[in-house]
Ligand binder design. Sequence first.
Ligand code: FAD
Length: 401
Amino acid sequence: MSTERIVVIGGGLAAATAVAELRNNGFAGSITLLTAEQHLPYERPPLSKAVLLGDKEPESAIVHDRAWYDEHQVDVRLGARVESINRDAHQVLTGAESFTYDRLLIATGARVRTFALADDSGAPVSYLRTIDDAVELRSHFRPGLRLGVVGGGWIGLEVASAARNSGAEVTVIEMADLPLLGVLGPEVAAVFADLHREHGVTLLTGAEISAITADGEEVRVTLADGEHTFDRLMVGVGVQPDTDLAQAAGLEIDNGIRTDDHLRTSDPLIFAAGDVANADHPVLGRPLRVEHWDTAIQHGKVAAANLAGGDVAASALPYFFTDQYDFGMEYVGNTANGYDRVILRGDVAGRNFTAWWLQGSEVVAGMHANDWDAIDDVRRIVGSTVDPDRLADEKVALSDV
Ligand code: FAD
């Protein structure tokens, strides 16, 4: 048995993947996982989909059950919020205990951005990040509930979809001219706007909130066109990386915990993974921090390899998916460096198509909408250089592009 000690801070998918991968790879030292939550580590995508729809129990999101941790000799501590890292002593401290590490993984994820309310005591306002948030939000769903959703991003739209399914009257309030405009651009963002309008959602776009007031029973949102009254407001205005611990420990921070492409922080004994890590990306040639389910998995695997002394770079391109009503999509790539052309193939009005974002002849991102067989082509084509006219020509099969 090795005497190496690895400590993992976090109770999300990056942490759960890392500990599993350490054991899968034969790491024989001690592993301790410390999570602030009272649940075993879990994944979050079902919280705004199957759990909110009532199709699955919240516990279905848990990655490994307690027996798995026992069997794999992973000491998992719930309700164990790490309060500080002593890098000189190689120790992390919770309120009650200290844990010594030879290598440390920080996978503290992200926390929701909150919205200042004029009166927030007992206000009917919800956020969605944790299992407990999902259970709480779902408990309010009922036919006729007037639900306001602040933010037309992925979480806001998935909540709108689940709430409509339970018969709520849903209004989405979005600052931009279309939901998801920043991520998808006008061509594809319009598809999501149509989807939600067709399902009876009121979309208020270009909407700037000047005040939110609540009286316990109702919540009122003031926009330029007047006051909108709801029984409940769900706020989905993004997250911020949970860097407090790392910052207090003196690690380099810049839009998350900065790491090299091996997920190593400015302290060579400490790694960071998942939503919290802003990691050099060897393919994109710049640091990248994404808040995606797949990145938590990929980072968890890479971190596990390197925590155990390996030499692996995190080079996967970002991958994202969503499910809303009967519409599903998968997206690969990243357009943060810009794009100059969008190519749509297939039946856009019927929401069965592929979309491609190009910079010159390089395909920087691609997605399919309800065309599940296309994902292999999307993965193959994104990141490569193509003849844009052939990609745009629907007579040329994707497999021949
Ligand atoms: P997290 O899941 O945030 O986990 C971090 C954990 O660390 C938390 O349990 C936290 O309590 C714990 N922690 C923080 N500080 C401390 C501390 N000091 N001590 C101990 N523990 C601490 N992505 C997609 O690609 N597709 C989707 O459809 C999708 N849907 C989503 C739906 C919802 C509702 C949410 C919230 C996210 C969704 N995501 C989706 C994003 C995806 O879930 C995240 O990218 C992923 O959860 C990141 O995993 P993580 O392990 O890095 O962090």
